[in-house]
Design a protein around this ligand. Structure first.
Ligand code: AGP
Length: 606
């Protein structure tokens, strides 16, 4: 997804624009550019590929303007070339854009018909031409932008500067987030607070449909209808520390290793360790009255939700329906008013999850979001928000956010079980004690990391990898397969082990590694049978288990031993081996682990 920055500065801004864009690299991009205003004239530098290429352009031909915008582009319309890189501009206006203008083709035809000359294949360029047309019709920049916004359909965020207007930047938010920062005689704009952290922690967030007229004295926010609105000014929680990898080679490695700390941090937010009790913030419903629970999310967050389904049904006897948000948002599922709908999202900006949330609000559900970004749209549009305290997750592949989501969901399931009379106080204390041990168990797995570098060699040679799990380990099989495929580009599938005979066993031969997630729980023996079926066909098994040597009852290529823990917490513990398997295989394959090809950290478009 693209990154947007803007500065109304008191000194040349080009270098700071690039520094701010570096803090947005985690969003994934394939070209970048900046534009500034100098003596009333707009000028820009752009480059394909990584930001160092843009820095080279700027060092060859510096920009001195004190007003500027910048952009990292994740190509949607038009190849990732310098020509298609933002900012897009005419003599009168320069624009950077995140999102998709769904009606750009008809707008382009309209403008071309009036003589506008297009230099790129992008949807963004129509915005520059539309605003220019309004300016040429005699409108001032504010009116020109207002008229233009009314023509645009789709989800987008914009930052715009104008030739001859040194103290003006206009921003618009329609679906993709935008943060505005307040400085000393300066103003800032970014796709999120992370980009602005080195400049300010005093932030305002635009709401959907807002657009802001920004000068060095402050800002005036208007809504879709052009009516003035107030948005709260708050202290951002984004830390300036996030962009270093510490002593790790990749953000993903750092974030895998942060899990003991951030799980503890998250747990402490929801548990009274002394009393051995869950302590949740006030929620606008009583678990005892809920007819059902609906969970909707995407990707890894959806797998966290699937783990939670097992917990809520087992410990709270609460019927749970879970569906991936891209399907749920269009299904028109019949929901009884007064139900609870849970939305899990690291970014809190995922378009499909947000749409599912809005559907559930229309269906009079209580909506609760579990997010890693408190100020995100999903958080703000939910009736209640439960934060994961994972800290900013930079690697595109979600790791620490996943285990922190599980931590919050586990606490929620315990609270639901208690409220519905199925979890006694002593059982609550037992489950919390188990959760409290998770950081220690994960630390012990991380101490054994070198063995995953060895295991990566046979896996890196595979064309296909199958992950199997039963019961609450089935979502871990799905998550393990997603982790491997998204960062190593090896095809991997997660399957319920009991489904093996219903098709996937046809895949098995000596070329297919089979990763079996099998804690020594009540389903272990069933999974051993599946492993024997795989072994009988020369499948190469990697067994991830806390069972003792020889309990597998069949030859395995490798065994990853994990600590024995309470069955309730196995999903959090077994998440780490599947993360490390994926990470070390991808490192061996030389892929871009933190920013895998074609992927973005937050998918804010459909
Ligand atoms: C997970 O590793 C992927 N990056 C992706 O599946 C992600 O979980 C999904 O896009 C949901 O993102 P969210 O948690 O920000 O909503």
């Amino acid at each position: 997804m693209c990154g947007i920055v803007g500065i109304l500065g008191t000194e040349p801004v080009a270098t700071r624009l690039v520094d701010a864009l570096k803090r947005l690299e985690y969003r994934g991009y394939d070209s970048a550019g900046v534009a500034t205003l100098e003596a009333g004239r707009l000028d820009r530098r752009r480059a394909e590929g990584k930001l160092q290429n843009l820095e080279a352009r700027l060092s060859d031909a510096p920009l001195q303007g004190h007003t500027g915008i910048g952009h990292t582009r994740w190509a949607t319309h038009g190849a990732p070339t310098e020509t298609n890189a933002h900012p897009h501009m005419t003599e009168q206006v320069s624009v950077v854009h995140n999102g998709i203008i769904e009606n750009f083709r008809e707008l382009r035809e309209e403008l071309t018909g009036e003589g506008a000359a297009f230099a790129t294949e992008t949807d963004t360029e129509v915005i520059a031409h539309l605003i220019t047309r309004e300016l040429k019709a005699g409108h001032d920049p504010v009116r020109a932008v207002f008229n233009t916004l009314r023509r645009l359909e789709g989800a987008f965020a914009l930052a715009i500067i104008f030739g001859g207007y040194d103290d003006l930047m206009i921003a618009a938010r329609q679906g993709s987030p935008l943060a505005i920062g307040f400085g000393e005689g300066e103003m800032y704009l970014g796709s999120d607070a992370i980009a602005l952290a080195p400049f300010t922690d005093t932030i305002s967030y635009l709401e959907d449909g807002d657009w802001a007229v920004i000068t060095r004295d402050g800002l005036a926010v208007r809504n879709r209808e052009g009516k003035a609105v107030e948005r709260p000014v708050q202290k951002s929680v984004a830390s300036a520390l996030l962009v270093d990898k510490g002593n790790h080679r990749h953000f993903m490695a750092k974030e895998i290793h942060e899990q003991p700390e951030v799980i503890s941090h998250t747990l402490a937010n929801y548990v009274d360790f002394a009393a051995g009790r869950v302590q949740l913030p006030d929620l606008p419903f009583d678990f005892a009255d809920l007819p059902r629970l609906t969970i909707s999310a995407c990707g890894t967050a959806a797998y966290a939700g699937l783990v939670a389904k097992y917990w809520f049904e087992r410990y709270a006897r609460l019927h749970v329906e879970i569906d991936i948000a891209s399907e749920f948002r269009y299904r028109e599922a019949p929901l009884e008013p007064g139900g609870l709908a849970l939305f899990v999202s690291q970014s809190g900006e995922t378009a499909d999850t947000l749409a599912a949330l809005r559907y559930c609000r229309e269906q009079e559900q209580h909506t609760v979001s579990i997010v890693n970004v408190r100020e995100s749209t999903i958080a703000r549009e939910s009736h209640a928000m439960l934060p994961t305290l994972a800290g900013p997750e930079i690697g595109v592949a979600s790791t620490k956010a996943f285990t922190c989501q599980l931590t919050v969901l586990a606490c929620l399931a315990i609270a639901a079980g208690k409220a519905r009379g199925h979890v006694s106080e002593s059982q609550e204390a037992e489950l919390i004690a188990a959760l409290t041990e998770v950081p220690r168990h994960i630390s012990s797995i991380l101490r054994d990391e070198a063995r995953y570098e060895v295991l990566a060699h046979p896996l890196a040679k595979a064309r296909d990898v199958l992950y199997l799990g039963r019961g609450i380990s089935f979502p871990l099989a799905l998550e393990g397969a997603l982790k491997l495929k998204e960062i190593s580009y090896i095809h991997a599938e997660g399957y319920a082990a009991g489904e093996l005979k219903h098709g996937p066993i046809a895949l098995i031969d000596e070329t297919v590694p089979v990763i079996v997630i099998a804690p020594r729980d009540n389903l272990f023996d069933k999974t051993v049978s599946n492993m024997q079926e795989v072994a009988a066909r020369d499948g190469r098994i990697v067994l991830v288990t806390d069972a003792h040597e020889g309990e597998a009852g069949c030859p395995v290529m490798d065994t990853i031993r994990v600590p024995t823990a309470h069955a309730f917490t196995n999903p959090l513990i077994y998440a780490v081996p599947v993360q490390l398997i994926a990470y070390h295989t991808a490192v061996l394959m030389g892929t871009d682990v933190d920013q895998p090809r074609n992927l973005a950290k937050s998918v804010t478009v459909e």
